[in-house]
Design a protein around this ligand. Structure first.
Ligand code: NDP
Length: 328
């Protein structure tokens, strides 16, 4: 068994030196436990925050211990009555080839319905974040203009497509390269721009009638430009602020927060884990769109647990189109 440990805590941008590949024995299950041979693990921006030793909504990673995060794999040993060897399960102990778990901490899924990786992307936490953030937190209504940042990423690409499928009038996305902008147009975004060309000007040109809903994955300059472009009673779902995850100084933007008053804007932060009440509607809608072929999802797959740190650095840099995954 090979696993990735946190070797040191980064200051600013992490490097490969903050991680260590460690070899251990394949674990054996005790009573009520299972061992999972992982097939895919999720690589998520929020993991950067867990590398810092600070109090947050989720505990920091411990030094000299394996990192963790969502993963999916096949049960190879079981001492639990309700999960058999051969079952496919979703769980939270990724960053290792073999995971030892209490059976209660694993959720069996049906690998015949969808490719197993989809349970970590479009059908998993990523998809629910997009769905709940857009429809519950921002309460998007048909006909509205929606702007989403990091739009070619895992959450953002689903936000834009779900907005169209739910009747948005106009959907605009920003991303970090011309190739990503081209992909957004292919996915059905009405307008897309490379934020290196200037966020404020590009957004004004793309949304001449203003923005009603902003889905924020980035914060900073993106949030500032969105506040300037938002219409009266506009709503922003504050999902992530990746522009500052590696910052060593507090961000300068947004400098125009006072506009929130006159425009009566709502800026609402959320965590996906508070929105499991919409899971049934989410699975019904997304399952239907996938069957019809009206919803696409991109995945960027990096092979090998030894390359998980580089996949993680890649998601922070923007190497990914859609969901960043490691095939373990
Ligand atoms: P993505 O697949 O979107 O990957 C992150 C992307 O962010 C990169 O591909 C990169 O794309 C972009 N990016 C990186 N740095 C910057 C920057 N300085 N300015 C603009 N864009 C940047 O990740 P996820 O879909 O997994 O997550 C998206 C956001 O949602 C993150 O902020 C994450 O923390 C948050 N999140 C929040 C959840 C919640 O419950 N609130 C749940 C899940 C995710 P590019 O090439 O375009 O720069």
């Amino acid at each position: 068994n090979r696993e990735i440990h946190l070797a040191s805590r980064p200051v600013g941008w992490p490097t490969e030196d903050n991680f260590r590949l460690v070899e251990t024995d394949v674990p054996t299950p005790g009573p009520g436990q299972i061992v999972v041979r992982n097939q895919y693990m999720s690589v998520d921006p929020y993991m950067r925050g867990r590398m810092n030793d600070v109090k947050s909504y989720v505990a920091p990673y411990a030094l000299d211990a394996p990192l963790d995060g969502a993963a999916i794999g096949e049960v190879v040993a079981s001492e639990a009555a309700d999960i058999a060897v051969g079952a496919t399960v979703l769980h939270g102990l990724g960053w290792r080839e073999y995971s030892l778990l209490d059976a209660a901490a694993a959720r069996p899924v049906d690998p015949s319905i969808a490719p197993v990786s989809a349970y970590l992307s479009v059908l998993g936490m990523t998809g629910l974040t997009a769905y709940a953030g857009l429809l519950e937190v921002a309460a998007m209504k048909p006909g509205e203009t929606v702007f989403v940042s990091a739009a070619a990423g895992a959450v953002g690409s689903l936000v834009g497509q779900i907005a169209k499928l739910k009747g948005a009038g106009r959907v605009i996305g920003s991303a970090g390269s011309p190739a990503k902008v081209e992909r957004l147009r292919a996915l059905g975004f009405d307008a897309a721009f490379d934020y290196h060309d200037g966020i404020r000007e590009s957004l004004r040109a793309a949304a001449p009638d203003g923005v009603d809903v902003y889905f924020d994955n980035v914060g900073g300059d993106h949030l500032e430009a969105a506040i300037s472009a938002m219409n009266l009673h506009g709503r922003a779902a504050i999902c992530g602020m990746i522009a500052q995850y590696n910052a060593t100084e507090p961000p300068a933007a947004p400098r125009n927060l006072a506009l929130v008053i006159g425009k009566r804007l709502t800026l609402r932060g959320f965590l996906v884990n508070d929105h499991h009440d919409v899971r049934a509607a989410f699975l019904r809608d997304v399952g239907g769109w996938l069957r019809e072929g009206t919803l696409s999802y991109d995945e960027t797959v990096v092979d090998g647990i030894e390359n998980a740190p580089s996949a993680f650095l890649g998601v922070l840099r923007g190497d990914n189109l859609g969901k960043m995954l490691v095939r373990v």
